[in-house]
Write a protein that binds this ligand. Structure first.
Ligand code: GDP
Length: 330
């Protein structure tokens, strides 16, 4: 890609809360019609007879301005009448579903029962919420993240919500990934010349980004993309900002460092963004590294980080193709 083309599109890969924060920053900095978000659906599951897509909904609610700012998941101004009534009936209440949120699951379930796709549902929901960005599930096929633990194989939500990430993780696999197909619009976007950057958001690399990369064709498309690929590390000062990322890294025998994150994404990325507190790591990493504040507390933080990433990606444009040809991408 030459610096003279009018590449104005950005692709972001993300899971739920952590990733959606940066997706919102990118959306606001880029403006309408310029962002595609490829979202993890390995966390999806059927519960109470409903099709639930937690990460997809977090991204839709976040970009639609509907997310609960405290929890990060679910909708703002939520009420919980249905959960109360369910508890009274002795029903399953370990997975919290708010009344407004339930409308999403009811509507999606009917949509899927009629044979329509999850991606078409996401596109319609995005339109209904006034979002001018493409929100793409990583696939329309039912890929499911299975966590192999010291308590046996647990479906993702059983590990994450029901068992609160307490079991020791031995391995993570993505059931039925081999049969899944990447969205054609993703393949076309990455193969075309309209992309200025591909951003791997600071989502959990093992639970949120790996399922996306497990869909046949996605990792290969990223590895050969002309646009620079930049990942943002979810590790700051040897700790995860939230969630089980650090615990899982330890359990998988990995050091909780930016080196481990760089190593994990090495075959895909042209650059890594780490927190300013970890600036000293840059010299040790074998990938171009930008050290800037990456902790996204408020909207200004999200927008600033998005701007920093795009500026960093622009510096990698000239070097990414020759470096790839030179075999840095293994
Ligand atoms: P998900 O993996 O995107 O579904 O969402 P989580 O909220 O579970 O976050 C996943 C990872 O993102 C965790 O390892 C967090 O450490 C990291 N994370 C969350 N918020 C931030 C942030 O503001 N900055 C950075 N750098 N990482 C974050």
């Amino acid at each position: 890609m030459s610096a003279h083309t009018s590449a104005d599109q950005v692709l972001a890969l993300c899971g739920g809360i952590g990733g959606a924060k940066l997706a919102l920053g990118l959306y606001r900095v880029l403006g309408p019609g310029r962002l595609t978000v490829l979202v993890n659906t390995g966390d999806d599951f059927e519960h109470l007879g409903l099709a639930i897509s937690p990460d997809l909904d977090t991204v839709l609610y976040t970009l639609g301005g509907l997310a609960d700012p405290e929890r990060g998941w679910g909708r703002a101004q939520e009420t919980w009448q249905c959960m109360e009534a369910l508890r009274q009936l002795g029903g399953e209440t370990w997975f919290q579903l708010g009344d407004r949120d339930l409308a999403m699951h009811v509507e999606r379930s009917g949509w899927l029962r009629r044979g329509q796709t999850l991606s078409a549902f996401a596109a319609r929901a995005a339109r209904q919420f006034g979002i001018d960005a493409h929100i793409l599930p990583m696939t329309d096929a039912p890929v499911r993240t299975i966590v192999e633990t010291d308590e046996g194989a647990l479906p993702f939500q059983h590990y994450f919500v029901r068992r609160r990430c307490e079991p020791v993780v031995r391995a993570i696999r993505f059931a039925r990934a081999a049969e899944a197909a990447a969205p054609q619009s993703f393949i076309d976007l990455v193969a075309g010349d309209s992309l200025r950057a591909i951003v791997i958001c600071p989502s959990n690399p093992y639970l949120s980004v790996d399922p996306i990369l497990a869909v046949p064709g996605i990792a290969a498309a990223l590895a050969t993309a002309r646009a620079p690929v930049v990942a943002v590390s979810p590790i700051i000062g040897g700790q995860a900002v939230k969630g089980p990322t650090a615990k899982i890294m330890v359990e998988l025998g990995l050091a909780v460092t930016n080196e481990s994150i760089a190593g994990h994404y090495r075959s895909l990325i042209d650059g890594l963004v780490v927190d300013e507190a970890d600036g000293a790591d840059a010299a040790r990493l074998d990938v171009p590294t930008l050290a800037v504040p990456t902790l996204m507390r408020d909207l200004a933080d999200r927008e600033r980080l998005a701007g920093d990433i795009l500026a960093f990606a622009a510096t990698l444009v000239q070097s990414s193709a020759p470096m790839r040809a030179g075999g840095r991408r293994r």
